[in-house]
Design a binder for this molecule. Sequence first.
Ligand SMILES: [Zn+2]
Length: 322
Amino acid sequence: MRYSVGIDIGATKILAGLVREDGTVVHRVRRTTPFDSRDGVVETTCEMVREVVLFGQTQDCCPAGIGVGTAGQVNFAEGIVVSGTPNIRDWTGVKLGELLSASANLPVWVDNDVNAHLLAEVSIGVAAGRQNVLMLALGTGVGGAACNESGIVRGTWGGACEFGHISVDFQGPACNCGSRGCLELYASGTGIARMMRQRLGIDATDDSRWIDAPSVFEAARAGDASARAVIADMIGALSTACISLIHTFNPQMIVLGGGVMEQGPWLFESLRKRIGQQGMPSLVGATEVVCAKFGADAGLIGAALQPFVYQCGWMRSEGHDD
Ligand SMILES: [Zn+2]
């Protein structure tokens, strides 16, 4: 059995782990993201890699390489964060692949965190054995990823598949991406909380009444009419985006992951029903809509699979011709 080092860099925490090629996390390290400094994030990550590699040596496990998944848009071939998350200061432009490789003396692959999650689902998860697969990760925001027979769909430099910024209403509220009515405004945790505050007439600046997505789901389950209407709007936006994606990609499967989708199977029932009613029958009939296998560890495991996937040539690995 082979091993690699997986790293998941998020806005609040960094996870590093020694991961077996079957996805088992053998050893893990967790740190708070030093959000105020790019160098701090890089240094912390290098330290965590050293710690994981040292643990591996005590177990006679020599990692095949390092795989990183990070928030933000990534140039996969260069290992550079092209457009970082606003939650990590100066994250844009960081040459993560080069810095980590020099520090650890191991080959490094760097990808966007949702691409990493999709990699886990298509290699050892719910989409194993399938090639045309789309992923939507519904968390604080909404991330997207796609793969086909050539591998992860990256576009010109790696910025493809921002499914959270598909507009489902051209007259909808303004999104911070510049567009209007983006899926993320309705289907993310923050979007669900936003809709609930709006429905209850609570000002966005009023901190005295804390509303978050889990509390909206709880109220909906308890029969609260406003919360139910918000969840119905969320399902409406999500099904509209899924139908557009199905019409565009003709996928075998759409995998839905992230904290929001962990709220229960009833979300999937209403979602599948709406997709079935409103999409082109020839296309929606060929697409399964399923829940992700991997939860909180998805980014870590997916990141760690990169050395195995790309070294074995299962997917084309631009920039790594060895
Ligand atoms: Zn947007």
